[in-house]
Design a protein around this ligand. Structure first.
Ligand SMILES: Cc1cc2nc3c(=O)[nH]c(=O)nc-3n(C[C@H](O)[C@H](O)[C@H](O)COP(=O)(O)O)c2cc1C
Length: 287
């Protein structure tokens, strides 16, 4: 494959949440796609995954129902997040569920000296999740290379949803559906998506403090910009007709290489929940 077609597949991998109904796909195609996941890297080569491919329409409808309820729980209990209804899963040609098997974590570096537990255990979690992410990503790229499209649903990682999936599909409930990948033929054009320009995220030979995104910029994204950045069919914020309205005083921070002109880095704070009373937080608090 040429560099050009590789780049093409990378860019074609888009999250699409609307599929043409009534289509189907060969199991050979689905097997090739899963094989892409099988070739992903994993910590200590543990391959801490299994792949369930749902291509039976009845089972697909049952999985769709699990995710319809999952989406409703987000509306009820995670207010403010711009979740979409998952009924589109009914139009998939298949759904691939990537299970994470936590037993394999013992193969990652384990602390043997008192006081070093956090050092290794936290990283152990990261190795496990990153390995699964690599497999999910490979599958999405495989989907794109086959001329199909997909999304990456993380809701199976929520306990209630995972229990419902484990009841339905028969896997032990201590395994987890970290990635659910609905696959289909796109019914909506989704060629582009907001990406931070390369020169903002690329740092040569050291971290460039003027490219640092301040806590307040993160707060603004969470509270106000997120739904548009997530779903619009545009790569560049400069193309938005309502750029001034949506970006306001944050325009420079998001569109130039100088998100932090003063170059001052900030201390860690409590990042465990949103910190502002922006639109998303108001919705969450029903204000
Ligand atoms: C770890 C992870 C979890 C995600 N979870 C969901 C999800 O539950 N539902 C969904 O519709 N999209 C989900 N996405 C897709 C992202 O919203 C999407 O990748 C992002 O908005 C960028 O769009 P793009 O994939 O088209 O480039 C997830 C992506 C990742 C990497």
């Amino acid at each position: 494959m040429s560099d050009e077609s590789f780049q093409h597949v990378i860019r074609k991998r888009r999250s699409v949440r609307k599929f043409e109904p009534g289509r189907s796909v060969d199991r050979d195609v689905l097997s090739r796609i899963v094989d892409c996941g099988r070739w992903a890297p994993s910590g200590a080569n543990v391959q801490c995954w299994d792949f369930i491919v749902v291509d039976d329409p009845q089972v697909r409808d049952d999985v769709t129902e699990v995710f319809r309820q999952q989406a409703q729980r987000l509306v009820d209990h995670a207010k403010g997040f711009p979740a979409v209804k998952k009924t589109y899963l009914a139009n998939t040609v298949a759904i691939i569920i990537v299970l994470g098997d936590p037993r394999w974590r013992v193969c990652f570096p384990q602390p043997t000296t008192p006081g070093w537990e956090a050092e290794y255990q936290d990283n152990n979690e990261a190795i496990f999740l990153c390995s699964l992410g690599a497999a999910i990503q490979n599958i999405q790229l495989g989907v794109a290379a086959e001329g199909l499209t997909s999304a990456w649903l993380s809701g199976g990682g929520e306990d209630v949803t995972n229990r419902a999936l484990s009841d339905l599909l028969g896997y032990p409930e201590w395994m987890k559906a970290y990635g659910t990948i609905p696959i289909g033929y796109p019914a909506a054009t989704q060629n582009r998506r907001y990406r931070r320009p390369l020169q903002q995220s690329l740092h040569w030979n050291g971290y460039q403090a003027n490219q640092y995104r301040t806590h307040e910029q993160v707060d603004f994204y969470e509270s106000s910009l997120r739904p548009f950045a997530m779903y619009r069919d545009e790569e560049f914020l400069e193309s938005w007709g309502d750029r001034v309205e949506k970006l306001g005083e944050w325009d420079d921070a998001f569109t130039t290489v100088n998100s932090n002109p003063g170059g001052t880095l900030q201390q860690a704070e409590d990042f465990s929940s949103p910190r502002t009373l922006g639109q998303a937080t108001k919705r969450r608090n029903n204000k």
